[in-house]
Design a protein around this ligand. Sequence first.
Ligand code: ADP
Length: 257
Amino acid sequence: SARIVVKVGTSTLTHTNGKLNLKAIDQLCYTLSGLVNEGKEVILVSSGAIGVGLGLLGIDERPSSIPQQQAIAAVGQTQLMTVYQRRFAVYGQKIGQILLTHDVVDYPTSHQNVLNTFENLLRLNIIPVVNENDTVAVDELDHHTKFGDNDQLSAIVATMTDADLLIMLSDIKGFFDKNPRKFNDAVLIPSINRIDEETFEKAGGQGTKLGTGGMVTKLKAAQKMLQANKSMILASGENPSIIFKLLQGDPLGTLFQ
Ligand code: ADP
């Protein structure tokens, strides 16, 4: 049976005012539960802990101090999981939380333990909901424990678990020949099978928004998938039920294959 990893970003899960986008979350839960009912194995990699934490605590701006961010993420993560649990339950779907650090890549014993957990959850038709363990993962410079961003985390999860496909839902319809937020005449690239320097140039460097990696980290994730002979689809997270259409082969978004 097909194994799919779906990654959603803060922009899909929250409105611009920081409040949870309950409609999008409902559609996501409905869609992923539907896929499990069809016999697919589904893993969800979800960002949003800090965004949700900020909203819940009524803090307007993301603080620069890392311990403060970790505290906010701790509040947001449990709230996010509560929302997921409630919404998935509506569709009879069970979930399990997996919080990772880079240790699962670096240490064979940790690696094996995580794989065992994934396999056993999937065997029980449970959707693992994955995020970085912000409490223990330290500073991005110390790559031994931090993944840095959930785009690359999702590609690592997909290759680790030998998933066939990574579906990345974003605030943009796909990968364009230049940044569509800067250039009106940017054209969507429907499919890509090689990522090189030129591709990265089209991504125009690091993302602009705080806490997100922009297109560069998405390309790095796609690169990981291609290297492992796997595919990735980048598409809009506006209506997460788009996943049904993507799996039917509708050419929405960008297919990296
Ligand atoms: P998310 O929060 O959904 O993970 P990001 O905001 O981090 O997404 O990254 C997507 C953003 O990358 C787009 O909104 C766009 O501003 C920027 N971007 C830069 N270059 C490109 C490109 N060539 N094609 C599409 N988006 C691009």
